[in-house]
Design a protein around this ligand. Sequence first.
Ligand code: NI
Length: 130
Amino acid sequence: FGVSVDKDLIEKFDEYVKSQGYINRSAAIGDLIRDKLIEEKIKEPENVSFGTIVFVYNHEKREINDKLVELQHNYLDIIIFNTHIHIDKRNCIENIVVKGKNSRIFSLAKDLRAIKGVLTVKLILTDINP
Ligand code: NI
């Protein structure tokens, strides 16, 4: 298909295409469209996605480890596995790999944010098809 785009914009886009290693504009445009459609899809509570929830917490906070374990036991239907890495004397980073309905994944992220001592929660979701 043909599209018309401002000269300035297409010049910047061509730089992007080159810097990302695409062989041509078409390949880059296809990826951008796919990414955008997936981005919209993973927002819908009823859709199923997979990805990771990455969060940092202060393990010295009272009873935080018990709270985190108890919480994750409430989400067995979407948790595939998790990893725990000790960052420094006080802080830990945990990565929970999830697959399931977005509403459940959002709910887990929300519950994690509500625990005192959890410092940051990042959700990285995707899907196979747009
Ligand atoms: Ni730790």
